[in-house]
Design a protein around this ligand. Structure first.
Ligand SMILES: Cc1cc2nc3c(=O)[nH]c(=O)nc-3n(C[C@H](O)[C@H](O)[C@H](O)COP(=O)(O)OP(=O)(O)OC[C@H]3O[C@@H](n4cnc5c(N)ncnc54)[C@H](O)[C@@H]3O)c2cc1C
Length: 505
């Protein structure tokens, strides 16, 4: 195949939730743009975005205790929770827009209402949760959050967790009914169906092997057809590297200075999945606990009702583990191959700093099922091993970089967009808070890579995301209006929640 392929406006690498979201935003803003997508697997949403590979939590910081930290004086810092909540509201606004425009159908296919609960044990944690609740409830973003230490109330909120429990220590929980369970796999697939209807050229079984800058300033991609091993070259003035765990390798190949001195640390995930429908039916919430000492924030244990393939199910985890692969379908050489001369010192420093974490993750991998059941029994005291099976979730590649606060080789737990100075290429690294914040993160990509277009696009962006450019926290009336409208459009109202909890009502 000749290297002089017709030039496309945009190439998106990878068919996960990030490329799906960016492609959809772009088609709304510039319907005439020519967009191509290359995905190495045979379908969209098969890696981290797949419903079995992530926890499906609509991360709005309603129950995840790692988004709120305790200051030395005992006060609670909720700034990260506020940011995550605002970002999730950007996602729900955009999804509502797509449903209202009939570009997405049947929102229950990808989002369902589900109470979010935080549960803690022990006097110290109870004090933390109470202080956290008192701080959060002052903020309109967290309206409706309830707090209780009363066993009877907790039994109503989570019977499966509280039955057969003899509290020997103080216990407390918060609950908020505006939480969600999101099927990011279904959403990704539906968005790609829409993109193909909009004439986006989505090519599966196509692995991008190289990304190089051409003399005329375009990006040329070397693309391997996995079916017949042939190679094609495609060029475009803008490339988004949305390869999930595979993004770091491609960013390194692009050679942009912004990608230097960055590395990746893969953390794998496992869930216990319940096979007993009687048990599944007794639970209706996402219940998040507190991470154990020394455990990374992404291994906070939680017991989640999930809706997968239209069926209610129950998952517990994730158990973190170590594998050198950067994608679930990746290679055992991924970590090794990501070490380059420019990030060698960063990686070595990180290796030394993160020895305890690596040790912890390896111990986690070697845990027997019975040991994992013991962790589950902290949530369901009489859980039986025969009712649960292990399922392997996706890989998260955490960013390693040099920072002022942490020094060389600091492990980051957030999401990071890396763009070239001229905005012609962008890559998404990291995995948390992840899919929930895809819309805000992709709007950031547009702002950084198309600064000359953003002014012209603003009115259309406001159509899609009415709060664009505003902090909803500072506009409580707009917050309440949008919350009510989006809940109605997406089927997230209190009555829908009650219906889901008890379908016979
Ligand atoms: C265990 C676990 C739990 C999680 N829980 C949550 C949660 O509860 N809520 C939440 O919001 N987020 C969660 N996340 C994070 C979330 O799943 C990810 O942030 C999100 O799915 C990433 O989307 P993506 O499009 O960037 O990557 P992916 O979905 O991984 O897609 C990347 C795609 O790129 C393709 N690709 C890679 N390299 C190439 C190449 N060279 N050529 C062509 N194609 C390529 C891959 O095959 C893949 O299809 C979780 C993640 C994990 C692993």
């Amino acid at each position: 195949m000749s290297r002089n392929q017709p030039t496309t406006d945009v190439i998106l690498i990878g068919a996960g939730i990030m490329s799906a979201t960016l492609g959809t935003l772009m088609k709304q803003l510039e319907p005439e743009w020519n967009i191509k997508v290359f995905e190495k697997l045979s379908q969209p949403g098969e890696e981290s975005s797949n419903e079995w590979n992530n926890a499906g939590t609509g991360h709005a910081a309603l129950c995840e205790l790692n988004y709120t930290t305790e200051n030395e004086d005992g006060s609670i810092d909720i700034s990260k929770a506020v940011k995550v909540n605002e970002q999730f509201r950007v996602s729900t606004q955009f999804w509502s827009y797509l449903v209202n425009q009939r570009l997405l159908q049947e929102p229950e296919r990808f989002v369902r209402p589900l109470p979010h609960i935080s549960l803690v044990h022990g006097a110290k944690n109870v004090t933390f949760l109470k202080n956290r609740f008192e701080k959060m409830i002052e903020n309109p973003l967290f309206d409706g959050m309830e707090y209780s230490e009363e066993t009877d109330t907790l039994k109503q909120w989570m019977p499966l967790v509280m039955e057969k429990r003899e509290p020997r220590e103080p216990i407390a929980a918060t609950k908020i009914d505006t939480g969600t369970d999101v099927n990011f796999g279904a959403l990704t697939r539906d968005l790609f169906t829409h993109l193909e209807e909009e004439k986006v050229d989505v090519q599966y079984n196509r692995s991008v092997e190289d990304v190089v800058r051409t003399e005329d300033g375009f990006w040329e991609l070397k693309v391997k057809n996995e079916a017949d091993q042939t190679i094609e070259y495609h060029t475009a003035p803008f490339v988004f590297i949305g390869g999930g765990g595979g993004s770091l390798h491609l960013l390194q190949k692009s050679g942009i200075p912004e990608g230097r001195q960055k590395g990746g640390f893969p953390v794998s995930g496992l869930f216990l999945s319940c096979k007993n429908t009687e048990i599944i039916e007794q639970h209706h919430a996402k219940v998040y606990g507190k991470a154990k000492e020394g455990a990374p924030p992404m291994s906070v244990p939680h017991l989640d009702t999930r809706y997968i393939g239209g069926e209610k199910t129950l998952l517990f985890g994730p158990y973190a583990g170590f594998s050198p692969k950067f994608l679930k379908t990746g290679s055992m050489l991924d970590l090794f191959q990501s070490i380059k001369p420019d990030n060698l010192f960063t990686m070595v420093a990180s290796g030394a700093k993160n020895m305890p974490l690596t040790k912890y993750l390896i111990q986690q991998v070697l845990q027997s099922k019975e040991k994992r059941m013991d962790e589950l029994r902290e949530f369901i005291p009489d859980a039986k091993a025969e009712d649960w099976e292990m399922v392997t979730a996706g890989q998260r590649v955490q960013v390693i970089k040099d920072t002022e606060e942490g020094g060389k080789g600091t492990l980051q737990f957030g999401t990071e967009v890396v763009t070239s100075e001229d905005g012609s290429i962008a890559a998404l690294l990291g995995a948390s808070p992840g899919a929930s914040t895809a819309v805000q993160v992709m709007l950031d990509v547009l702002e950084r890579c198309y600064p000359d277009h953003i002014g012209k696009w603003e009115p259309k962006i406001r159509d899609m995301v009415p709060s664009y450019g505003k902090k909803l926290m500072d506009h409580p009336e707009l917050l309440r209006r949008l919350e009510a409208e989006n809940a109605e459009t997406l089927g997230l109202t209190a009555s829908e929640n009650a219906k889901a909890e008890n379908p016979s009502v």
